[in-house]
Design a protein around this ligand. Structure first.
Ligand SMILES: Cc1cc2nc3c(=O)[nH]c(=O)nc-3n(C[C@H](O)[C@H](O)[C@H](O)COP(=O)(O)OP(=O)(O)OC[C@H]3O[C@@H](n4cnc5c(N)ncnc54)[C@H](O)[C@@H]3O)c2cc1C
Length: 310
């Protein structure tokens, strides 16, 4: 619980109204989750600095989310402040387009991947086609090293501008960044504080607009029929084990259609756990545990969740 004095102090630090006791389900693609003590939409670096200072002084927990397309929020919600970026921290700026066709773009953490890809298509910039059909924000995509069709964010990131309480703003060049499958490894500073992605410099190539559009459309089309529609979910729930497919392992264990409450292993794609109506986080976690146990029994392989927990 945040006391009244701290509430007043926090409200003064930001332009957007603070949402106290904010239900988080609406901020996630799963549509699941309890109430956070507060939710703040941050719209400037100055606000971020003020808030982080106040969190440290008042020993308040905080957590950044993007579009909430890869998180499961607990039914008990979050005791602390959930932060997300507003419009002013969702911009795309072209930094350079060389005569050789090399392109450098600065994208804010709050920018949606869909907006970024649309901009690339309109500008004829190639390199992010693999994100076609991946929901979420740039910041979330960096944190997850999101990828598809043999491409991933790590392929295009040249540097990151990040923010943390002790280091404030830092510019991390590509050689200072460590990415592995679906994970940005050094996402914490030496004080173990989370580094928030303010913006990423991304390198692309000038390409043919029609070819870029066609590739994006092809990738979108390939997703159709292979992913569940009309039910809330967080994309692939488990990471693919090296050289294997989580979906195939779950399917081979005969788990398609298995249900815990309103949480279900999608009959369309076994690596999607879906909310068929009013699933709780408890339902999803129960289902997750059964899937892990049965896949282990059937194949000897232990699945690890890709989805983050809040
Ligand atoms: C239908 C569907 C299909 C999907 N397909 C794919 C796919 O093909 N490939 C793939 O990789 N993923 C896929 N996903 C998962 C998801 O869309 C991606 O992981 C996406 O990049 C997450 O972005 P987000 O903004 O929603 O992050 P969130 O879910 O909001 O957050 C994910 C993590 O990132 C952290 N984070 C968020 N913003 C920041 C920031 N600015 N700085 C630091 N950390 C931050 C959060 O704290 C959290 O730990 C899919 C999801 C759905 C629902």
């Amino acid at each position: 619980m945040i006391n009244e004095k701290t509430k007043q102090a926090l409200s003064k630090l930001v332009e957007n109204p603070v949402q106290w006791d904010c239900p988080l389900a609406a901020y996630t693609s799963f549509g699941i989750g309890g109430v956070a003590d507060a939710l703040i939409i941050v719209d400037s670096r100055a606000e971020l600095a003020g808030l982080f200072n106040s969190f440290a002084n008042n020993k308040l927990e905080y957590r950044f989310i993007g579009k909430g397309t890869n998180i499961l929020v607990s039914d008990a919600g979050y005791r602390g402040v959930v932060l997300l970026f507003g419009k002013s921290l969702s911009k795309i700026v072209l930094l350079e387009e060389s005569a050789e066709g090399n392109v450098r773009v600065r994208v804010d953490g709050g920018c949606s991947l869909a907006k970024l890809l649309g901009w690339c298509m309109d500008s004829g910039y190639s390199g992010l086609e693999f994100t076609s059909g991946i929901p979420g924000s740039l910041g979330g995509a960096v944190a997850m090293n999101a990828g598809a069709w043999a491409g991933e964010m790590a392929d295009v990131i040249d540097s990151l501008t990040v923010f943390s309480n002790t280091n404030k703003e830092e510019l991390l060049g590509r050689d200072q960044l460590e990415f592995v499958y679906r994970k940005w490894k050094n996402n914490r500073n030496t004080n173990n504080e989370e580094r928030v992605v303010l913006s990423a410099d991304i390198v692309l190539k000038k390409g043919d607009k029609e070819t870029i559009r066609a590739t994006c459309a092809e990738y979108r089309e390939k997703r159709k029929g292979k992913q569940p529609k009309g039910v809330q979910n967080a994309g692939s729930f488990f990471k693919n084990p090296e050289g294997d497919s989580a979906g195939q392992l779950i399917d081979a264990a005969g788990l398609k259609g298995l249900q815990c409450g309103d949480a279900m292993v999608s009959p369309v794609h076994a690596n999607f756990l879906v909310n068929t109506g009013s699933a709780t986080a408890k339902d999803v976690k129960e289902l997750m545990n059964i899937v892990v146990e049965r896949v282990k029994k059937n194949s000897g392989i232990e699945l690890k969740p890709e989805v983050h927990f809040l």
